[in-house]
Design a protein around this ligand. Structure first.
Ligand code: SF4
Length: 318
């Protein structure tokens, strides 16, 4: 697929993060507590549910990060969060029919695996006590920072039916990793990947980001080649949105080291060509999947959807 560079240049301007829809700009105070409760109570009970849990803690800031994160290493904060989560579930269960089928559940962050195996077990057990009807082929997934995963955590998730994981890589180049404050050697990612396979995570995604400091087309070529050796089922290759006026940690990035727009476009074009030539198909914005992946197959059947969790074959209540 050839990109129309002139069109990209013409419409090049900062916009809201599009990875979630509706985008953050659509959120407003006009939709308050009463509207939320009404929405919960008036849903079509015959439709299945997709659940998202935000586990927001990280130890250190990656400077590119645009997520809603709480940086801490205090155990008591995490324990308190589990308590709040339990209370939230109880309130939710008073307004929503939790006996409905659950066809999707996603743990995002932050770093969900910042919680210990025992804490993850406690959280998932509590969720399932309110939502007992997970369908047999439910998509149950977790975002994982390869620097914070151990076998016990992976085993707990697997035993609870998690079948998908997404690993953050972003870039393998050491200079880039140092500049974004996320040093993650290849072997750490490879070990995490092997662990996911060992515990039967049948869909493994890796995230890369282009547009980071010190990246060039050549360095990103190396990153893509290394990432390919991990044999992921899916790639998500995101464009870095530099918005230091919104995210304080981004101010630590030296803007003079960011690749210019035309180099970013070249990286994007190369990524599309490289992954296409290596057996992946672009299934939509930033996402690539193997032919045997259900997202790939869903395109031809007209069954590919996008919801708040990203691309999916599941249709859920909005
Ligand atoms: S580990 Fe993930 S969520 Fe945490 S700061 Fe880094 S990119 Fe953001």
């Amino acid at each position: 697929m050839a990109l129309d560079f002139a069109k990209f240049t013409k419409y090049s301007k900062p916009g809201p993060r599009y990875t979630s829809y509706p985008t953050a700009l659509e959120f407003s105070d006009a939709f308050g507590y009463d509207e939320y409760i009404k929405k919960l109570q008036t849903q079509d009970a015959s439709r299945p549910l997709s659940l998202y849990f935000h586990l927001p803690f990280c130890k250190n800031a990656c400077y590119f990060c645009g997520c809603n994160v709480v940086f801490t290493s205090k155990e008591e904060k995490m324990i308190r969060y589990i308590d709040y989560l339990k209370r939230e579930l109880k309130i939710l269960s008073q307004h929503l029919d939790c006996s409905r089928e659950v066809i999707q559940m996603h743990f995002g962050g932050g770093t969900p695996t910042f919680f210990s195996a025992a804490q993850l077990d406690e959280i998932i057990t509590e969720i399932k006590s309110y939502f007992p009807n997970f369908v047999a082929d439910a998509e149950i997934s977790c975002e994982i920072d390869p620097r914070h995963i151990n076998e016990e955590q992976m085993r707990v998730m697997s035993e609870h039916g998690f079948n998908r994981v997404s690993f953050g890589i972003q870039d393998f180049n050491e200079e880039v990793q140092v500049a974004v404050h996320r040093v993650q050697p290849y072997t750490i990612t490879k070990d995490a990947m092997d662990l996911a396979r060992k515990y039967n995570m049948h869909s493994v995604n890796v995230d890369l980001i282009y547009g980071l400091p010190f990246q060039t087309l050549d360095t990103f070529k190396e990153t893509l080649s290394l990432a390919l050796t991990l044999n992921p089922d899916r790639f998500a290759v995101f464009n870095y949105a530099h918005v230091p006026w919104l995210k304080k940690t981004m101010r630590k990035i030296d803007e003079t080291t960011l690749p210019p727009p035309d180099e970013k476009l070249q990286i994007m074009q190369y990524t599309i060509d490289f992954l296409t030539n290596n057996g992946y198909k672009m299934i939509g914005m930033d996402h690539f999947a193997k032919p045997e992946d259900e997202l790939f197959k869903a395109i031809d059947k007209g069954e590919l959807h996008r919801n708040f969790q990203g691309y999916t074959t599941k249709v859920v209540q909005i």
